[in-house]
Ligand binder design. Structure first.
Ligand code: ZN
Length: 379
């Protein structure tokens, strides 16, 4: 009997000691009464250092005494309010907690869009989710559309809004991604983009990217007449590569000659204007580049024919097949392939080869036009 009474008083003493300690720590009477109702492990935490977090928990109107340990397990990965929201709504059962933390703590996170994020959180990355929900780009109707686009190997995150803009124009995601990546939604020659010539052999020149005013490659060499028409010039590196290709072709019984190579800005003005005397501009634009937009001005492009053939008949020459199969080994790519006019802006030109150097093999294997390859890998 004595023992029991002692124990009772001891307990009373301990709990009043605890209440005093809690009071000293700044807990209110109400908080202390909630703490006292917790089990020992729960109570023990309140004497330690994270008082502010715990007070925030206790003071939250949605605080549920029975879930206290679950809340605590999410702190400090989440704020108290978020911990309560997650546990009370059992989000931890349906979503990955790390992904939730990335979302809740992201600088672009908008709290009143939380329900929208949560509807789609398992379908998209947090980055995509924020971009789409914040921009009101995502809804139940287009979710599958979006997923199909994102699965495309050449999907570019920054182009997402544009993919959606043009989605209805295409039945295949592949074509849509091509179209947007290569700027084909813009009218030809409607941009004022200047190509980055510091990319050297890899610079892009097309109907959107022009060469800087008066651009002249600084390492042009004259091509001896045994290789083609008189007066031809190429960059030194391009010509060295061409010679190797020429000799390899010769070994295989092929006879190549250079019909056209470097063309200065002024030459291109004359070439283009000359075509305009024969065809409408709309037609000329399908086969000739406007000045500053010609690859020939880079010193890296060659029109390759074979003796006895011209631009109208070269399609039937064995040399065309040989080049298509082998040019990549020497750093050259077919720049305007058959059936790709909607991307390159030009009709099939089996004679026009562009020197890119070591990446030629990778570009060849990708099956992409250079416009696509550049947009995806090199921009
Ligand atoms: Zn050409």
């Amino acid at each position: 009997m004595k023992k029991a009474v002692c124990l009772f008083f001891l307990c009373l003493l301990l709990s009043s000691c605890q209440a005093i300690t809690l009071k000293k720590l700044g807990y209110t009477k109400e908080e202390i009464s909630v703490i006292s109702s917790l089990d020992k492990d729960g109570q023990a935490l309140f004497t330690e250092s994270y008082r502010d977090d715990l007070v925030a928990l206790l003071d939250n109107p949605d605080f549920d005494n029975t879930k206290f340990n679950d809340y605590l397990s999410l702190i400090p990965q989440f704020t108290c309010a978020d911990s309560i929201y997650i546990i009370n709504n059992s989000l931890q059962d349906s979503c990955d907690l790390d992904k939730l933390a990335e979302l809740f703590n992201h600088e672009l996170f908008i709290r009143n869009k939380l329900e929208d994020y949560l509807h789609f959180i398992n379908d998209f990355s947090v980055k995509d989710l924020l971009f789409m929900v914040n921009g009101n780009l995502l809804n139940y109707q287009n979710k599958d559309k979006l997923l199909a686009i994102m699965e495309d190997k050449y999907y570019i995150n920054d182009n997402l809004a544009l993919y959606l803009d043009y989605y209805d124009n295409f039945t295949k995601s592949r074509n849509l991604v091509e179209y947007v990546n290569t700027l084909r939604y813009l009218p030809d020659y409607s941009t004022d983009y200047i190509t980055d010539t510091s990319k050297g052999n890899l610079m892009i020149v097309n109907k959107y990217y022009a060469l800087p005013d008066g651009y002249v490659p600084d390492n042009l060499v004259s091509v001896p007449e045994e290789y083609g028409n008189p007066g031809m010039k190429l960059t030194e590196e391009c010509f060295e590569a061409y010679k190797q290709m020429y000799n390899a072709a010769l070994n295989d019984g092929m006879d190549l000659y250079i019909n056209s190579s470097y063309r200065s800005y002024n030459t291109q003005v004359n070439t283009y204007n000359n075509f305009l005397t024969k065809d409408s501009q709309e037609v000329v634009d399908t086969y000739s580049a406007r000045p500053s937009h010609s690859e020939h001005q880079t010193g890296l492009a060659i029109d390759i024919l074979s003796p006895g053939y011209d631009f109208g008949t070269i399609y039937y020459a064995d040399e065309v097949d040989w080049l298509a199969e082998n040019a990549w080994k020497y750093g050259f790519i077919l720049r305007y392939p058959d059936g790709k006019m909607d991307i390159t802006g030009y009709k099939f030109e089996p004679w026009h080869y562009r020197y890119v150097g070591d990446l030629a093999e990778d570009i060849y294997n990708s099956g992409l036009t250079y416009d696509e390859y550049y947009a995806y890998y090199l921009k």
